[in-house]
Design a protein around this ligand. Structure first.
Ligand SMILES: Nc1nc2c(ncn2[C@@H]2O[C@H](COP(=O)(O)OP(=O)(O)OP(=O)(O)O)[C@@H](O)[C@H]2O)c(=O)[nH]1
Length: 315
């Protein structure tokens, strides 16, 4: 049947005939199978971009359906991991013999994971935005994993200013000379007048891109999230009882952070992971003091590695 149908892709191409860097499809909707941190098989909705280059000036175009079917058949049957991504980009090129020699595959999806509460025995779901990019270029494959991790940051400057006001309040309440009763001070500290000022905190977002070493055979999504959250200490919480909220307050007080501090913490934490060939970090503090955000960007610092591009990765 299909042999009788016209196929303009096979007709000689006339008109402007430049070579093209990437041709393909974006926003392909696809179920993705993924292993969570406990090794459980989960399914999530993926958004895919699939491209090959066009290196034959006489070719009318690429074969979109071959890219689509490769993604559907392979992702439909296997858990998403670096080997699967490699297989798919290689197939993109193999099915475009003579017209393409490079391939690009991007998958964006929500990674749902149960996370323990800080103190209580509860657990709650957190969804992290994840992206993988696998590029086959000049016969070489590179795989990138990106994740967005929300956290809380309390301003160290604001904390110092609040402490100053609390000290002023103390002087006003108890004077500056003589002795005071321990009991009175203890009671005063428990009043609104005692803690008369609070530092401002903000919902913050760490955006992290890492280049995976070729030897890595599963996507280290949970491990990367853990590393980021351990470094920052103040990830946002899903299930929260009062004891969890109090621990969160303590952690915020013990981890006062400018965006510079957060970026430096992440640089140190990622730099010690040998499975990460390279990394790029952008931290965004969605200020509650300002209508704008405080942002810091840092890369591992390899000569031929990630550049200090400040652009957020798209989601
Ligand atoms: N190349 C290309 N195809 C497009 C575009 N927009 C829609 N398509 C359609 O994608 C469909 C699939 O193209 P192919 O993969 O060549 O389909 P096919 O010829 O049936 O498949 P093969 O026999 O494997 O080549 C065609 O119907 C095209 O019209 C476009 O901008 N570029």
């Amino acid at each position: 049947m299909s042999n009788t149908m016209p196929d303009i892709a096979n007709e000689p191409h006339t008109g402007p005939n430049s070579l093209l860097n990437w041709v393909g499809m974006s926003e392909i909707e696809m179920p993705i199978r993924i292993l969570n941190g406990n090794g459980d098989n989960m399914q999530t909705v993926g958004r895919i971009q699939a491209y090959v280059n066009l290196i034959d000036p006489k070719s009318k175009g690429i074969h979109m359906s071959r890219l689509y079917l490769a993604v559907d058949q392979m992702m439909g049957n296997e858990v998403l991991n670096p080997k699967l991504l490699h297989k798919i980009v290689k197939q993109f090129v193999q099915t475009h013999d003579g017209i393409s020699n490079n391939a690009y595959l991007e998958c964006r999806f929500e990674y749902l994971e149960r996370r323990k509460a800080l103190v209580s025995d509860n657990t709650g779901w957190k969804g992290y935005k994840v992206r993988t990019i696998c590029v086959y270029r000049d016969g070489e494959i590179s795989t990138e994993l990106s994740v967005e991790v929300p956290y809380s940051s309390t301003c160290p400057c604001s904390a110092a200013l609040a402490r100053d006001l609390i000290q002023q309040g103390f002087s006003k309440a108890f004077g500056t000379e003589g002795s005071v009763s321990l009991e009175d001070v203890h009671a005063w500290l428990g009043t609104k007048e005692g803690i008369s000022a609070t530092p401002h905190s903000q919902r913050s977002l760490a955006q992290v891109r890492v280049k995976l070493d070729e030897s890595v055979d599963s996507l280290p999504i949970s491990a990367l999230i853990d590393r980021i959250e351990d470094a920052l200490q103040t990830p946002v919480q899903a299930a929260v009882k009062r004891e969890d909220e109090q621990e969160f307050a303590r952690l915020n007080g013990q981890n006062l952070m400018f965006c510079e501090d957060a970026a430096r913490r992440l640089h140190e934490a990622l730099d010690t992971d040998s499975t990460l060939k390279d990394f790029w970090v952008r931290v965004n503090h969605l200020e509650s003091l300002h209508p704008h955000d405080a942002v810091a960007i840092v890369v591992k610092g390899l000569e031929d590695g990630y550049r200090d591009d400040p652009r957020e990765f798209p989601h």
